[in-house]
Write a protein that binds this ligand. Sequence first.
Ligand SMILES: O=C(O)CC[C@@H]1NC(=O)NC1=O
Ligand SMILES: [Fe+3]
Length: 408
Amino acid sequence: MIEPDLVICDVNLATMDVDRSDAYGMIEQGAVMIKDGTIAWLGKQADMPRFDALVTPVHSGKGAWLTPSLIDCHTHILFAGNRATEFEQRLQGVSYQQIAQQGGGIASTVRATREADHETLFVNAKTRLNSLLREGVTTVESKTGYGLDTENELKLLEVNTLLSAHHPIDIHSTFLGAHALPPEYAGRADEYIDIVCNDMLPRVAELNLATAVDVFCENVGFSYEQTRRVFEAATKLGLKVKCHAEQLSNQKGTELVAEFKGLSADHIEYLDEAGVIAMANAGTTAVLLPGAFYFLRETQLPPIELLRKHHVSMAIASDFNPGTAPLCSLRLMLNMGCTLFRMTPEETLKGVTCEAAKALGLSDRGVLKEGMRADIALWDISHPAQLSYQFGVNDLLNLWILGKLIQY
Ligand SMILES: O=C(O)CC[C@@H]1NC(=O)NC1=O
Ligand SMILES: [Fe+3]
């Protein structure tokens, strides 16, 4: 007999377990038993093992739907200031280039972030995490990238450590020192990459402040060769790599991150079939970011059919950032994944659960399965497709992290 800490019954399960033949890994009229923060048993309620109902808390879902809680595998929540005035300028026809020449764009967020202390950055990020928590998000990847010098990039990683200790959401840190060229290195990109590789990365690894390293490989970011240098330095230090790749053009960043068996290639609107095949061969996950596509009014769609053809995992994330995706909602991304990218509701729900876990190199979450973390969401819906179909409806009934009920 199992002695669970909690039993959740009278529910329908969208397990997202690809080993189950039904869509969404569906189990109707199911139940879940939780022990020590993990799933001890799940299945048809009629098959549930005996337990002592007198001592075990039982939560009836009253026929609602249970899924793995959601994972936002690509965010830039660590920053100060905002770019609302730029938003106005762009609506009046001022181009990105003109704004950047005026010292706007990423540079303006870098100035504000460098001036901000730990507390300001913590409070800013906490507010954004609370918004995601209310949508059922319990794991978030948080990138650096607005410090752009050793002191400030480490400051951002220290804030991530504080957030993980003081917020229920599980934070995974990615170092993105190669996000943009800081103004003091204008025209000297190779020298800045020297600093990233020889000063920042060793400190990040020594202090164990990040689990992955990302680079913005783009004609307005860093070159293929500069990206390779960062990946080589990261790999030597035992850090996994991922890449903002093919967002605005094809710089072959995806093939490069695949060469390093990287975790993910992110954005990939301009990806070609050679890049998709490289991802398939390397097991690299595609991270699709419909929020930036929408906010930039991009017209080049990512190659969804090619990703399907070559069985490349597809995750979806918010890319929340002040410049190209000031949209702090993973549920909105579920809807945009279908509406803009023509993905199926099952693909988008996989994109924020099991595939998002894969994009972060995590194998302990994102699926309702025995042995997995009991990170679970209960929804007031009559079918899992409703999670991408409807937006803005308060349909989250309950949220558990490691089997503990979360107030949000
Ligand atoms: O504009 C910003 O602040 C970030 C832009 C953001 N960063 C990146 O690598 N791609 C993006 O869209
Ligand atoms: Fe991004």
